[in-house]
Each structure stands twice: as C-alpha cells, then as structure tokens.
Design a protein around this ligand. Structure first.
Ligand code: FES
Length: 89
C-alpha cells in the first residue's frame, strides 16, 4: 500500500510506501528534501504536517507545543495516510 504526500505550496507530490518515512519516500522519488543526519538528530528535515497521520518508532525530540503546531521529523515519521506537508512555517 502506498500513500501520496503533497508538499505545499509548491504542489509537489510523491508516493510513499507504508512503513517508509516521509524522507525515504521523497528521496526514492528524487525529490530534493532537506536532510542531513537521517536519524532524528539534526532537525534539517523538520516540516509541518498540514493534514494526515504519521507515527514514530521513537518519539521525536519535540516539545508539546511544537507537536501541537504540527512539526514532524521527516526522516523519522512513518507515513500512515495521504499527507499534506509544508517545508516553510
Ligand atoms: S535528517 Fe536530521 S533530523 Fe531528520
């Protein structure tokens, strides 16, 4: 099963297999997505979840208010539904 991720406002879309992270899906589709460590440490991949569901293996290092604002670590967040995300705040 795969899901569609849309980056707004650029309107870039790509498919992500379930069990993959947002970042894995982007890189597999040759989408230029900011990243560095790919292990949840550098925050280069931070993006904002506008709609949809993600899950984590390990809880990301985000404060409650950052989570409430929708910030997600793209290299750690597994895609659980179609998503709309934004790379700017
Ligand atoms: S790439 Fe470093 S936290 Fe995601």
């Amino acid at each position: 099963m795969s899901f569609t991720v849309t980056i707004t406002p650029e309107n870039i879309t790509f498919d992500v297999e379930s069990e993959q992270t947002i970042l894995e899906g982007a890189l597999n589709n040759n989408i230029r997505f900011p990243n560095r460590c790919q292990v949840g440490a550098c925050a280069a991949c931070l993006c904002k979840l506008i709609s949809g569901e993600v899950t984590y293996h390990l809880d990301p290092m985000l404060t409650e208010s950052e989570k409430a604002q929708g910030w997600v670590f793209a290299c750690q967040a597994k895609v659980e539904s179609n998503l709309i995300i934004s790379l700017s705040d």
